[in-house]
Write a protein that binds this ligand. Sequence first.
Ligand code: ADP
Ligand code: ZN
Length: 514
Amino acid sequence: MTSETLHAKLKENFGFEKFRPNQENVINSILCGKDTLAIMPTGGGKSICFQLPALLFPGITIVISPLIALMKDQVDSLKTNGIAACYINSSQTSDEQQLLIENLINQKLKLVYLAPESLQFLENVINQITVSLIAIDEAHCISAWGHDFRPAYTNLGYLKNRYPSTPILALTATADKATRTDICEQLQLKDPNIFVSSFDRKNLSLEVRPALDRVKQIIDFIENKPNEAGIVYCLSRKTTEELSEKLQKKGINAKAYHAGLDNKIRSKTQDGFINDDFQVVCATIAFGMGIDKSNVRWVIHYNLPKNIEGYYQEIGRAGRDGLPSETVLFESYGDMIQLQNFASQGLNSEVQLAKLERMKQYADALSCRRKILLSYFGELVSDNCGNCDICKNPPAFFDGTIIAQKGLSAISRLKETETLPVIIDFLRGSKNASIYDKAYQNLKTYGVGVDISWYDWNQYLIQLINLGYCEIAFHQQNKIKLTPFAKKVLFDGEKVKLTSIQKINNQPIESKTT
Ligand code: ADP
Ligand code: ZN
């Protein structure tokens, strides 16, 4: 199909003049019948990627979506555009469902939204309908490596077996590399095309503050912006309630939101926030998925988030209209300990702990925070952003090119198969088992960093990760890998600035002495 035809369809059915980045690529990939993974930031326009092809295909498009409330909104807005769509979920009576199933069989519908729990409905119609496309929204929910694992999603691997020749489109806003791989494997995608849109949200300022007296800091912050709506994310339900009370006592119009509240109260709070009836919502991470409010001017994290994926998604709820918006993260050592306890008791504890550690490294970072976030999602940028606290108030840097060259060569000599502690032992010429068992003492670069302490190497290597020269492969036992940027330092003479300033509470979690 030509680009003109696709644009005409876009205009005719949705009223838009142009495609957003990657929308057209994703649509073309699906139209060619390819399994496709689309990673686009929230608000990036994922829905069009399956809604438009749905109109072009002869059969039905099945959309798997985790949130019943979201389905209704999407279906309503499709109907407004004159597109035949429905949803089937547990909120309906069986008579209602029966009618929808008949409509499906009679080809009166183009799109059907299903909760993953409702997959068995397909069995009733399986031989009577043609399925042209299967779209899986919020696809990261299938991965226990991601930040929002939902057991019902694990059954979705079944779809490929059931419909081997139907293309599957997996969509998500938040998948780091490990989660991406996992999504493709779990859904059994066949040689998928993967499209990753830029995650850069230049209009969001980034700031990390120590959590000293954070309630007062938050009150001061809000009092400076009396008419601007914002969200304070808290770890516990109790904190959302306590904090909203404290804010109310100061005359700030705030409400609490968490999954433990009555459904009615929750939807009232959501609607009230969207309609600007009150200014601040103090919420757990239960708040936000699918809330389309464009003028959220700030997001505060009262507690350290569990990982960078969740954090980035949460701050991404600010400034959807593209106007400047602020984000502040409070870092406390106590939170870190609590989160470590949670992570070590949960599913996949090793991966979750490593991701938490990376979150802490972000909070402790001394280089451009946006660079860290973007490189976490696989996007390498050379320039500092100018819109984070580090860029605005940089620490003193020294020329760390030689240190960087030594560190990156060590990673390369060890064939990108080792974790940070072993790399540091190797650089420092340690004589312990992790080195001798593999005869690493015979490799070049062994011991070239003996003049730098273990602690400093740890700091410098974390800075190199933050700068995007290397990365932690969470899905491969936290081995350190080089990124394409490393080449610039190793072969092209790129200069690297490092700093030796250290955060007071920046104790390495897995500290190790040689
Ligand atoms: P996501 O699911 O990625 O968060 P949506 O599909 O809900 O994003 O789209 C976000 C908003 O952008 C919606 O209001 C949608 O109508 C709008 N939108 C999507 N594609 C386009 C486009 N090509 N041009 C203009 N607006 C668009
Ligand atoms: Zn910056």
